[in-house]
Design a protein around this ligand. Structure first.
Ligand code: TXA
Ligand code: MG
Length: 347
């Protein structure tokens, strides 16, 4: 199959209409959102959604997120409650996914047999218009092959999906760079299943009762069943082994200089450290205090590390709180909990 890669903005009505026609006809389209690129299909079309699993090589028991263009459209596909509308008022459209009981109109293929559905209303104008033009909700996981870092540019999608899907919409680099915050809600409580740009602290401002699923920061125990199936898979793993250095206990610059002299490794460092690190295999993440920029660049750098053909990557261990929790969660899983130094570590 030939894959069209088309540069678009929210005024590219003609191309967006063509993309919407593809969605309506049961085909898959790669499209930008503010978080990461999605691989979309008509959420009411079970066959089309099964194609998503094939294209990604995704296990059938990992459910998809359903994207809508207006928060009220959640009524079509799920049983909402007051808390949903409180959250929607504050955070939608935006990087928040809310899991609620599903209505029958959503095929069980989309939710991997679960009786709940994940609902998200993206703020990205291209995504929003594509959903509107399609006239149906769009089921979309991240547009990477399973096990690769989520794509934050159209090129990443092309690298993974060329020849597999008919069209990719190129809306430039994603603003956030990690996937949406995923929460499961009841009438009066929230469980955080995947941290993202909408933080635990922000959710606390809307609801007193917010808890964080242990799978966000800890390794699953043998045989443990996570609340969100996606958490049991080894995600975002670069080809090289990633190690996180706890810089409260280890001097990062001396440590990586020592390792760079010994082995073929890449170093993910802060801009402030660039001048002092003695290797040309550098992956600068941004300034030490610029968490937003570091988050935005993370997946792109993990892909770049793969291109460098190194055997190891050393990076700073992110903080386990606030805006950093999203990076911590992605990186701790990408490194399979290999932390150097400190009490957190195994090495
Ligand atoms: O930012 C995002 O959320 C991106 C863009 C494209 O919107 N999408 C995304 O989808 O990251 P995906 O499929 O890569 O991640 C969806 C996560 C998975 O961990 C999945 O297990 C979980 O959400 N999930 C989906 N439906 C669920 C449900 N009914 N119950 C529990 N977890 C669910
Ligand atoms: Mg994904």
């Amino acid at each position: 199959m030939k894959t069209e890669l088309l540069r678009v903005d929210e005024r590219s009505d003609e191309i967006l209409q063509r993309a919407a026609e593809l969605i309506k006809s049961g085909a898959l389209v790669g499209f930008p959102t503010e978080t990461v690129y999605g691989l979309g299909a008509n959420a009411f079309d079970a066959m089309a959604c099964l194609e998503i699993f094939k294209a990604k090589g995704r296990p059938a028991d990992n459910p998809l997120i359903v994207h809508i263009s207006k928060p009220e459209d959640a009524e079509r596909i799920s049983y909402t409650n007051e808390l949903y509308y409180k959250l929607a008022k504050r955070f939608m459209p935006g990087a928040l996914t809310v899991i609620m009981p599903k209505k029958d109109i959503i095929p069980s293929e989309v939710t991997a047999g679960l009786d709940s559905v994940a609902v998200r209303c993206p703020v990205n104008k291209i995504a929003n218009r594509l959903i509107d033009f399609s006239g149906v909700p769009i089921a979309a996981p991240s547009a990477n092959r399973s096990g690769k870092p989520s794509p934050t540019s159209a090129k990443h999608v092309f690298d993974d999906m060329n020849g597999i899907i008919p069209m990719i919409l190129d809306g430039g680099d994603c603003d956030v760079g990690v996937e949406s915050t995923v929460i499961k809600i009841s009438e009066d409580s929230i469980i955080l299943l995947r941290p993202g740009a909408i933080t635990f602290e922000m959710l606390k401002e809307v609801c007193d009762n917010v808890s964080i699923s242990s799978a966000v920061t800890e390794e699953l125990k043998e045989g443990e069943k996570p609340l969100s199936p996606g958490m049991k898979y080894k995600h975002y793993a670069p080809n090289a082994q990633l190690y996180l250095v706890d810089d409260e206990y280890v001097d990062f610059v001396s440590f990586v200089n020592e390792m760079s002299a010994k082995e073929n490794c890449a170093v993910m460092c802060y801009d402030e450290e660039l001048a002092n690190i003695k290797t040309d295999k550098l992956l600068p993440v941004g300034k030490k205090n610029d968490i937003k920029k570091q988050t935005k660049r993370l997946f792109m750098l993990l892909r770049k590390a793969d291109d460098m053909k190194v055997t190891a990557i050393y990076a700073h261990l992110p903080q386990k709180s606030g805006e950093s929790l999203a990076m911590y969660n992605r990186m701790i899983r990408a490194c399979a909990h290999r932390v150097i130094g400190g009490t957190n570590g195994k090495i």
